[in-house]
Design a protein around this ligand. Structure first.
Ligand SMILES: C[S@@+](CC[C@H](N)C(=O)[O-])C[C@H]1O[C@@H](n2cnc3c(N)ncnc32)[C@H](O)[C@@H]1O
Length: 283
């Protein structure tokens, strides 16, 4: 079967004002960055480096991220984790979609994107802001068990009406998917802890980064601004909830900080569910 490439953009009309957007924190990129070699090409020593190093942008991976095959794998991974009300709903939602639409179903979310990108990039280092019960980090660890993970959360009680059990629970979940790498939990408000972490680890780069913590527009923009300069060239950033009805400003945060920046090759899914975006850093 031939599947077509597609782009499903979230609503283009921003809910924020130009003044509000101008006040959002902006990423301060350094001159050089480490490379995630899985998608990079380097000229032989002494030869000219004609192109920017990244060989495969988001379009190479978007079809996989929205495929029925990836959803089936996502179901299998979620089946290994302790369920809660949300993941029970998600399991039924995936199952019903696969039953109704089969291989024609085009659906993506943070899990299918992280599955796709962790397979593609084979990350050695993964950073996440917004961990909750560990569903997203476990998705990454299930594909690359040796990955070292740095996890930021303030473990807000009763998050979205659900319990938020904290690092010990997430450590146990990571074991269930066979994680063998290091897991560093950094507790507290990301707007303090992420800056402190990078002040103490200035030359640190990550192959894969998820931003899924503070869902206010300026807060999410600040989280992206803090982590993006530490994404390796060829690495990917994943941003959740770009079409979440309760967070209508996140689509513009994603566009402003990432998708409209020529430094990135971005893909955004907003057709169904809460939406998700991912982007590969090109330079
Ligand atoms: C949507 S949940 C993360 C879900 C997880 N990524 C997943 O896919 O299962 C958001 C998490 O971000 C955390 N959070 C929200 N604002 C934060 C902040 N300013 N600093 C640190 N963590 C924050 C909450 O405690 C919550 O656990």
């Amino acid at each position: 079967m031939i599947r077509r490439l597609f782009r499903s953009q979230p609503a283009q009309t921003p809910v924020s004002t130009p003044e509000e957007r101008a006040a959002w924190a902006k990423p301060a990129y350094g001159k050089d960055a480490a490379r995630c070699q899985a998608v990079c090409y380097s000229a032989a020593p002494g030869e000219t480096e004609w192109y920017p190093p990244v060989m495969a942008g988001a379009e190479t991976f978007a079809l996989d991220a929205a495929s029925a095959a990836m959803l089936k794998d996502a179901l299998e991974i979620m089946g290994k984790l302790s369920p809660d009300d949300y993941t029970r709903y998600l399991t039924r939602f995936y199952t019903e979609g696969l039953k109704r639409f089969g291989d024609d179903w085009i659906y993506a979310d943070i899990v299918t994107v992280l599955l796709t990108m962790s397979r593609a990039l084979k990350p050695q280092r993964y950073l996440e802001i917004g961990v909750r019960r560990g569903r997203s980090v476990c998705t990454v660890a299930s594909q690359t068990p040796g990955v070292d993970v740095v996890l930021f959360d303030m473990w807000m009680k009763n998050y979205a009406g659900m319990e938020n059990p904290g690092p010990d629970f997430v450590r146990a979940e990571l074991k269930k998917v066979g994680h063998t790498g290091k897991a560093e939990f950094i507790d507290g408000n990301s707007h303090v802890t992420v800056k402190k972490y990078f002040a103490e680890n200035p030359g640190t780069y990550f192959d894969l980064i998820t931003v899924d913590g503070d869902h206010t527009d300026p807060g999410a923009a600040e989280d992206l601004a803090d982590v993006l300069p530490h994404l390796a060239v060829g690495g990917a950033v994943v941003f959740d909830d770009v079409s979440h009805p309760a967070h209508p400003g996140l689509a513009e945060v994603w566009r402003t900080q990432v998708a409209n920046d020529p430094r990135f090759s971005a893909w955004t899914f907003a057709d169904a569910g809460y939406g998700v975006g991912f982007a590969i850093r090109k330079h």
